[in-house]
Design a protein around this ligand. Structure first.
Ligand SMILES: CC(C)(COP(=O)(O)OP(=O)(O)OC[C@H]1O[C@@H](n2cnc3c(N)ncnc32)[C@H](O)[C@@H]1OP(=O)(O)O)[C@@H](O)C(=O)NCCC(=O)NCCS
Length: 187
């Protein structure tokens, strides 16, 4: 991943800006902590305490430093954070995406716009061939967002991940880069 930029870019979509997490975004993390799913499948804390939420924000800055990937706050037109999206390296030329939108900001197109924006950028990175999403079959909202963003359902991975202590199946959705698509079509 030598040519991957070492600084977090700001990515501009039609409805969202993907930018660095800031301490003043703490309220949206506290709101997400109260969601029934987000703390189970992400590192958002299970409690709405300010210190825990600030620690979450601090950890997002470590993702780049540790080489794990890129963690962005999804900001609306007023530059207020409404959610989170990250691109994490998964070995080889693969990366996976995770996202959430705080409950009070849903159904305004933010997740779709953020995913489109991140994917356009990620599929232009020289050393990536494939971007993946892992989504529970019952999470229709998330897989509809993925499909609207051009991701293809490639597989049902049985007992892929434990959530809340239980083995859960996951759909794997993928988007390939143009170069990878051309190569895949030839084989
Ligand atoms: C899934 C999630 C990210 C969607 O965020 P969002 O900003 O509300 O999604 P968008 O507004 O961009 O939705 C775009 C389209 O996707 C579909 N969609 C989104 N949420 C949906 C839902 N709950 N049910 C059915 N369709 C849904 C709709 O077609 C929607 O367009 P419409 O509102 O014009 O009908 C959000 O509900 C969330 O954070 N959920 C909890 C965490 C999570 O599931 N993260 C993903 C883990 S894989």
């Amino acid at each position: 991943m030598n040519d991957i930029p070492l600084a977090l870019p700001t990515l501009v979509g039609e409805r969202t800006r993907l930018r660095e997490w800031r301490p003043e975004d703490v309220g949206v993390v506290q709101e997400a902590a109260g969601d029934s799913l987000i703390p189970l499948v992400t590192t958002v804390p299970h409690t709405a305490g300010e210190a825990e939420a600030l620690a979450f924000i601090g950890r997002q800055h470590d993702r780049l430093d540790s080489g794990a990937g890129y963690a962005f706050a999804i900001a609306d037109g007023n530059d207020s954070a409404v959610g989170h999206i990250g691109l994490f390296f998964a070995g080889g030329a693969r990366a996976s995406v995770g996202y959430w939108i705080a409950p009070s900001h849903r159904r305004r197109g933010y997740a779709l716009d953020a995913l489109l924006t991140l994917t356009t950028w990620a599929t232009g990175l020289e050393n990536l061939d494939r971007v993946e999403l892992y989504i529970e079959p019952g999470n229709q909202g998330s897989w509809r967002v993925a499909e609207l963003a051009g991701y293809e359902r490639e597989a049902l991975l049985r007992a892929w991940k434990r959530i809340g202590g239980d083995p859960r199946d996951m759909y794997m959705y993928t988007r390939l880069t143009e170069r990878a698509l051309a190569s895949s079509a030839r084989s």
